[in-house]
Design a protein around this ligand. Sequence first.
Ligand SMILES: [Zn+2]
Length: 699
Amino acid sequence: MRDPLAAKLNPVEVSMKSLWSDADAESYVAKYAPQGVNRDLALRVYTTRLLGGDPRLVLHGGGNTSCKTTVDDLLGEAVEVLCVKGSGWDMGDIEPAGLPAVRLAPLLKLRKLEQLSDEDMVDFQRGNLMTSSSPNPSVETLLHAFLPHKFIDHTHSTAVLSLTDQPDGDAICREVFGRKMGYVPYIMPGFALAKKAAEVYEQDPSVEGLILFKHGIFTFAETARDAYERMIAHVTSAEQRLEKGRKTLVAAAGLPKAPAALAEVAPVLRGLLALDRGDGEFKRWVMDFRASPAIRAYVDGAELGRYSQQGVVTPDHTIRTKNWPVVLPAPEAGKIAPWAEAAKTAIANFQAGYHAYFARNNARSASKKTELDPMPRVALVPGLGLFGIGASAKDAAIAADIAVNTVECISDAEAIGSFQPVSEDHLFDLEYWSLEQAKLGKGGEKPLARRIVVVTGGGSGIGAATAKAFAREGAELAVLDRDLAAAQATAKGCGGKALGLACDVTDAQAVRAAFDSVVERFGGVDVVVSNAGAAWQGTVGEVDDAVLRQSFELNFFAHQSVAQNAVRVMAAQGTGGVLLFNASKQAVNPGKNFGPYGLPKAACLFLMKQYALDHGKDGIRSNAVNADRIRSGLLTSDMIASRSAARGLTEKDYMGGNLLGREVTADDVADAFVWLAKASKVTACTITVDGGNIEASLR
Ligand SMILES: [Zn+2]
């Protein structure tokens, strides 16, 4: 279990401090100068990264910064611009390109308008970019433009939100920040908020920043350092207020003494969340589990049903987590079936509640909206922890990160009062924002997105090629290999959040443990490529039993052990699945003195058929690829050299010794596995990938 909260379990103990360093600041200036980046923008990048590196201030695209500076246009004429965070950039690793320059004068003229739609605002901002290929400037660009300061910092500080997300948050903030800050009522980000913020500032231009109720905090100054250090100082004041008169969350009575194991709970939950498409296939989710003492105190709380259901701590989290998490019952060890029933009801109630929320708010909405899927993005499980839920491991991790931050924010809010964010109609307006609705249906998913794929023997050869091929199709990968470093190297090559695990597949306990690790990491398993194997030789009338048995351990029983664990997880999910076996030419066309290899491979081919027969009713498909003469750990360069020499052939002719006269590669085999994973009507099928060999052909 990872514990990202460990370092910030209690914000009182680990309070903010300024990380400003003159030397670091100058190094940014020096680093970017050769690229034509001026001092203002270089320092803007530096302090933006300082803010973005702290999850208590900024999380996953939340928050933004700007600076006003002068640049030369193509004609060499000086232009006053606003460099403001662009969409798609994270503050923690931003570059100058992530702060596109927008001509300031036209932005300022907009202020005299009465109204401006978000679409027109985005269009106008794009039209005034200095570089047309820049990302869209932040939706809070005009707020930055209408304030006069050179440097402006904006965060969704957890501590500030704990203060403002209160029934009397207004009074608490005024008590904490006094006249040093201006106070802006909640308005959805956009033109209206920008105008309101400027008006509040102009009422008292001596303020160092603005508190945006139930949204976040702005600080500003003439230098990058002052704007940044004002942010740190005011957030520190918020943290100090949270130290006073704290009460702790009271745990609920009757939580099971022995909670069910995460590996048992996760696949059941994942199955319950999957949306039935009606054609035997499911829209699945990937999950990301988190637990820590702070998370447990929160999810075990007697009043979880109240404080967790008020809404998000700051509106832009809605897009990632929806407005409410689903609260599930506490799972008890040995009683997973009744838990599954209760969880199913909780999820059905969540969906019904979501439909009702949509209908209620859509009815009052001026433009009619398209309803989003009704599934939660965060699940809270008393006695266990929380799950982030997403279309990919990356999305699930973002939802989980935000949920962890939410736990901290709400726990602190409850410690000094009671948590109360913006009202439901505001939450709806954010979730169904016209700019977000316009993105619907664009940018389709890859064919194997949302699928969790396990590949054994994935450290090299066919296994490594197969893992990478699945990753290219959008799948989440768990790469198993006896050699941990090799497994991890392949996982790295798969990109994203792929997992590399050590696993000797002939050790049944190790296989069970590996599947548990995969389930704990991603929530379940959808496709298993049982690939690990090795070749033993011997004349069948003379070979030692020990050799034959050793080969059967790896080339038959290990496949059975892997497949059985896969079926166990797939049964818990109840959404079908795919078993894929690496058979061999030896399974259908024995080679002389290859009995010790071919015999278990032949049994493995029938194992594939038996799984197809016994588990077709469960929606589990079972197929194999029959490949031959692939460069790999089983057929090394040395072996190729000696065998081709023994036959009096060149290596090229030996490797291309098939009907087509072409060498077959691990990538060709990987393509067959990927095809079989996608072929929803194919089971009990063996695909031959060998360039053509009549003796080994199946029909
Ligand atoms: Zn904001």
